[in-house]
Design a protein around this ligand. Structure first.
Ligand code: NIG
Ligand code: FE
Length: 439
C-alpha cells in the first residue's frame, strides 16, 4: 500500500478524459449529430482517483484504487458516492483583468447599436482601456482575484487571462504583472497571454501602433506571458498585421493565438494554420476551407458561445470543425462585453446554441481547453501535459459535482453543480453547505 495526498472514491460517474481511440482525427460527432456519452468520454461507474505530488497516480474502479491507496492514509479523502468526478474545466480564453463598468453598453446593444460602432466611437475596448490606465495595480489585482474566485466556483481550475486593455507599454506590462501576481496568490492555474494588439488606441495609426507593439511592447512584456494574441478583424488588425505581430511574438518565446473570423471573414484562421498557432478563437464566420486548414495543422478551434449569446448573433458551428477532424475547445471569453465568468453556462450554451451533446460540451471544456492552451506541446511548460483529463500523470485538478452525471453541468443552466474543486490535489474550493433559509 502507498499513501496518496488525495483519494476521491466511490464516484457514481468518474470522467477520465476522451473515449479511447477518438483523439486521432476521427472525432465522435463528426458525422453531424450530437454524439453519445460513451462515444465521447471514457467514464467509469464507482470510480476513484488518487493524487500524489500534485499529479494523478492512479485512476480506476474504487476497489482497485483504495486497495493500493487507502483513503484513511490520505491527507484529503473524499467519499464521492452519488456524485460525479470530472477533470477541472480549462477556460482557454478570457479577458478577465479589467477595470471599469460597461453595463450601459449592454442596454445600447439591446437598442440595436452594433459592437463595432461602439468601439469606433471610443467605447467598448477603448473605454475599458481608459479605466485600466486609471486603475491602480492593487485595484486591478483585487478585481481579478475576485473574478477568479467566481470562475473557480463554476469549475474552472485553469484560466487563461489576456492583457489588451492597456494598449501602451506601461499599462500592458502592468496588466500582465497583475496577472502574474494573481497566479501566485490564487489556487487556479492562471496562464497569461499578451494581447497588446487588441485595438488601435485613439489618435494612433494602425501601422504605427503595430510597430509599437512589436518594437516596444513585446520586448517589455514577453517575460510575463506565455502566448501572444491579436484581434484579426475588419477595421482592427489585418491578416498582414497579425502575421507580423504573431511572428514577432514567437521570436520572443510567445506562442501564437488569434481572434479570427469573429465579425468579418478576414483570413485569420488560414493564418493560424500557416503559423501553426496554438488556437484560433471565435470563428463565427469560418468557412469549410478554413476548417480544413485548421484540421491540417495543430491549431485548436476555440469556440466562445457566450459572445454570440451576448451579441445576439449566430453561434459558431462546431460540427464544421469536428467533421474536418479537429478537436474543439469551448471557453467563456469572459470580458466586459460578455460578462460570463462561468464555464458551466458556457457549456450550456455550447449545447443549446451550438448543438453539442452534454458529453461533447464537457469534453470541449476540459480536454479541448487543454489543447487550446497547448497542453501537449513541449515548448509550453506552464500548462501541464494531460491538463483537462484525469489520466495518470495529469495534474490533480478535479471537480466533485453534487450531481449523478456530467450531463447535469449543461442541463442545470442557472445553478452550479460544483461542490468541490481540487487543484494539484489540494482543496481549492468548496461550495457553501446548505442555505440560510428558515423552514
Ligand atoms: O474576444 N473581440 C475582441 N475582444 C473581446 C471583446 C473585448 C471587449 O469588448 O472588451 C472578445 O470578444
Ligand atoms: Fe476574446
Amino acid at each position: 500500500m502507498t499513501a496518496a495526498d488525495a483519494v476521491i472514491y466511490g464516484a457514481s460517474e468518474l470522467v477520465i478524459g476522451p473515449a479511447a481511440g477518438t483523439t486521432d482525427g476521427s472525432h465522435p460527432g463528426a458525422d453531424g449529430s450530437p454524439a453519445d456519452p460513451d462515444d465521447v468520454l471514457e467514464r467509469i461507474e464507482d470510480g476513484a482517483v488518487a493524487i500524489a505530488n500534485g499529479e494523478v497516480v492512479a485512476v480506476g474502479p474504487t476497489d482497485d484504487i483504495v486497495a493500493t491507496y487507502p483513503p484513511e492514509d490520505a491527507a484529503e479523502a473524499i467519499d464521492a458516492s452519488g456524485k460525479t468526478v470530472l477533470p477541472g474545466f480549462v477556460d482557454s480564453h478570457t479577458h478577465a483583468v479589467f477595470a471599469g463598468d460597461r453595463s450601459d453598453e449592454f442596454a445600447a446593444k439591446l437598442r440595436g447599436k452594433p459592437y463595432q460602432d461602439i468601439l469606433e466611437e471610443g467605447g467598448g475596448i477603448l473605454r475599458t482601456v481608459r479605466a485600466c490606465r486609471d486603475a491602480s495595480d492593487a485595484e486591478l489585482l483585487e478585481l481579478l482575484l475576485k473574478r477568479l474566485d467566481t470562475m473557480l466556483s463554476f469549475g474552472a481550475t485553469t484560466v487563461e487571462v489576456k492583457s489588451g486593455y492597456g494598449l501602451d507599454t506601461e499599462t500592458e506590462r502592468r496588466l500582465l504583472e497583475v496577472v502574474g501576481r494573481a497566479a501566485e496568490a490564487h489556487p487556479v492555474r492562471v496562464i497569461p497571454t499578451f494581447m497588446g494588439a487588441h485595438a488601435v488606441p485613439e489618435d494612433e495609426s494602425t501601422a504605427d501602433y503595430v510597430d509599437q507593439v512589436i518594437e516596444d511592447q513585446l520586448p517589455a512584456v514577453a517575460e510575463h506571458a506565455v502566448f501572444c494574441d491579436i484581434f484579426c478583424e475588419e477595421d482592427v488588425f489585418s491578416v498582414e498585421d497579425s502575421r507580423r505581430v504573431l511572428t514577432a511574438g514567437r521570436e520572443h518565446g510567445l506562442e501564437p493565438k488569434i481572434h479570427a473570423e469573429e465579425f468579418a471573414h478576414l483570413g485569420g484562421s488560414q493564418l493560424a494554420a500557416e503559423l501553426n498557432a496554438v488556437s484560433a478563437d471565435h470563428l463565427l464566420q469560418a468557412t469549410d476551407s478554413d476548417a480544413a486548414a485548421i484540421a491540417d495543422s495543430d491549431v485548436t478551434p476555440a469556440l466562445l458561445p457566450g459572445t454570440a449569446f451576448a451579441l445576439g448573433t449566430e453561434y459558431a458551428e462546431p460540427r464544421q470543425f469536428l467533421a474536418a477532424g479537429s478537436e474543439v475547445a469551448v471557453a467563456t471569453d469572459f470580458n466586459p462585453n460578455c460578462y460570463a465568468p462561468g464555464m458551466e453556462f458556457a457549456l450550456t450554451l455550447a449545447c443549446v446554441g451550438m448543438g453539442l451533446s452534454p458529453a461533447e460540451a464537457v469534453r470541449a471544456g476540459t480536454y479541448g481547453g487543454g489543447l487550446a492552451l497547448g497542453a501537449p506541446r513541449s515548448e509550453i511548460d506552464r500548462v501541464p501535459t494531460g491538463c483537462g483529463t484525469l489520466r495518470e500523470g495529469a495534474p490533480g485538478d478535479l471537480l466533485v459535482l453534487d450531481a449523478p452525471s456530467h450531463a447535469h453541468v449543461p442541463y442545470r443552466f442557472d445553478e452550479s453543480v460544483v461542490e468541490r474543486a481540487l487543484i494539484g490535489g489540494e482543496p481549492a474550493y468548496r461550495s457553501r453547505a446548505g442555505t440560510e433559509v428558515d423552514r
